[in-house]
Design a protein around this ligand. Structure first.
Ligand code: HEC
Ligand code: HEC
Length: 379
């Protein structure tokens, strides 16, 4: 392949990527329905009490060593959506964390560069700013630390960093954005990671109908959703809040909830990071905010719908080896289950329209050499 052919191929790949994202973003705008389906029985919903304040989501925490600024966020957003960072110019963070799909991908497990199928489901990045540990097994301690992971993973983005830094440095728009976001600092792994993390901290799901009910609007949720909330928090019924606790519906802890292990492909989860027996098959409790948008569910994508999730908990899990003591048969009625699902669907935040940012281009199109190097160095 000569230079011109390769750069044309790359450009076509990028175009396809952008068109794909744009198409789904449109679906997101058309498809979101933030409006409450106000049904009969409103008057049955009691006012929220002091105990319900436990669910109030506070201000987004900032990182002491990477305070958020508008310039970092703008740069981080461009990087997040830019497939040119990947080894063959086709995969960006947004390929898997797609705003139109609840910042996930709608797939059972992630699919990386050249169609490589990954071992685990893509989690949403909604409200990651509130997390203290990252990934299904918590192996990352900060968003800054996390951001470089997918780029360095051969199955995900397979970024050639030397080439990527060279490429960014050759695009006038990026040079200006880096200078504004990180005055006096070089374009490099650290500044790339910091910018992406700053952008991710702005991806927040809040002001759901449930939040509005907690804040005092009795009409914000239906009687059915209220009943579902009661099942959710009652230790004798759903017992869900045992683990999905606090404003972001997670205890930031790890539990084995009894998912079936696939013969020969058992995923030990947290145990690989912390070799304590109770951590075998344990995974991080995910947030439930925007949960209606991110099917399928669980780290293995094994539950297609929220009702499947509820049925899983109702039967007390499948694989009982090392099962958490907080997962046991619930004997919920079918009305309880439907109420629970209705409640989960009231946790969608107010829809935010996400515009795909225009990716910085260089007037001189000096990107080919770096891109070509990337294409040749990868396999
Ligand atoms: C090929 C698909 C894919 C791409 C590309 C990708 N991710 Fe992910 N992401 C995943 C999967 C899968 C996981 C969970 C992996 C695990 O836990 O082992 C994940 C986990 C995460 C998490 C942790 C969330 C949490 O709640 O713990 C963050 C944050 C994240 N990705 C951000 C990014 C950023 C930033 C990029 C771009 C630099 C990116 N991802 C690119 C698939 C992808
Ligand atoms: C023992 C702690 C615990 C209890 C109790 C619990 N969960 Fe979970 N939940 C988790 C963990 C851990 C995961 C991730 C498990 C995995 O994928 O391996 C999870 C996953 C989920 C998911 C999928 C999220 C996603 O993004 O894929 C939903 C939905 C959910 N739980 C709802 C509930 C409901 C509803 C209840 C009550 C009936 C409940 N949970 C009870 C810990 C718990």
């Amino acid at each position: 392949m000569n230079l011109r052919m390769i750069s044309t191929t790359l450009a076509a790949g990028q175009r396809r990527h952008a068109i794909g994202l744009r198409a789904v973003a449109l679906v997101a705008l058309l498809g979101v329905s933030g409006a409450a389906t106000v049904s009969a029985g409103l008057q049955d919903v009691p006012a929220a009490g002091a105990g319900d304040r436990a669910w109030v989501l506070g201000e987004v925490p900032d990182a002491a060593d990477n305070p958020t600024t508008p310039a970092k966020v703008e740069l981080g957003k461009a990087l997040f959506f830019d497939p040119r960072l990947s080894g063959n110019g086709t995969v960006s963070c947004a390929s898997c964390h797609n705003p139109a799909l609840g910042w996930s991908d709608g797939l059972k497990t992630g699919v990386g560069i050249n169609g490589t199928v990954l071992g685990r489901a893509t989690p949403t990045i909604v409200n990651v700013a509130y997390n203290t540990q990252f990934m299904w097994d918590g192996r990352k301690k900060s968003l800054e630390d996390q951001a470089l992971g997918p780029m360095k993973t051969p199955e995900e983005m397979r970024t050639d960093f030397a080439a990527a830094v060279h490429l960014l440095g050759s695009i006038d728009g990026y040079v200006a954005m880096f200078a504004k976001a990180f005055p006096g600092e070089a374009i490099g792994e650290e500044t790339i990671a910091k910018a992406i993390a700053a952008f991710e901290r702005t991806v927040v799901s809040k002001d759901s109908r449930f939040d509005r009910w907690v804040a005092g609007d009795r009409k914000a949720i239906t009687a059915q959703e209220y009943r579902g909330y009661q099942v959710f928090i009652d230790p004798e019924r759903g017992n869900c809040a045992k683990c999905h606790s606090g404003p972001n519906f997670t205890d930031n802890g790890y539990h084995n909830i009894g998912l079936k292990q696939i013969e020969g492909k058992a995923d030990e989860g947290r145990f690989k990071i912390r070799a304590v027996a109770s951590m075998k098959g344990a995974f991080k409790t995910p947030t439930l905010r925007d949960i209606a948008l991110t099917a399928p569910y669980f780290h293995d994508g094994s539950a297609a719908t929220l009702m499947d999730v509820v049925e899983h908990y109702d039967r007390g899990g499948d694989d009982k080896s090392n099962l958490s003591k907080d997962v046991r048969p619930l004997n919920l009625t079918s009305a309880d289950k439907q109420d629970l699902v209705a409640f989960l669907m009231a946790l969608d935040g107010r829809p935010v329209a996400v515009a795909i940012p225009p990716l910085p281009q260089s007037p001189t199109v000096s990107t080919a050499p770096a891109a070509v190097r990337t294409a040749q160095s990868g396999k």
